[in-house]
Write a protein that binds this ligand. Structure first.
Ligand code: ZN
Length: 96
């Protein structure tokens, strides 16, 4: 009996050959994504950028957001909780 990893590997190979049959590719295309093949590991992935490597840290050179946050607001731990709390307060919840 094949293991979960073997079944997943087999499915991945099958789905990679016919992605339109197994994935909601029309939605991705409509949202501006295009299917690419990672130049390092060969895995197929979807992206809106002009990169040529997948999001796996081993291919992309590590976690790129560390020291290069995409966040517009710089918040510390308490600041995050205050933002979180005020958002829920706006939606009618009472922070306790
Ligand atoms: Zn890769």
């Amino acid at each position: 009996m094949p293991t979960d990893k073997e079944i997943k590997k087999e499915f991945k190979e099958k789905a990679s050959k016919e992605p339109d049959k197994y994935y909601a590719t029309s939605v991705l295309k409509k949202e501006g994504f295009s299917r690419k093949k990672c130049s390092k590991c060969g895995t197929y992935y979807w992206s809106v950028t002009n990169d040529n490597v997948c999001g796996n840290p081993a291919c992309s050179g590590g976690f790129r957001f560390i020291g290069n946050t995409p966040a517009k607001k710089k918040l510390d731990y308490i600041g995050v909780w205050n933002e979180f709390s005020s958002l829920f307060k706006k939606w009618g919840y009472t922070p306790i």
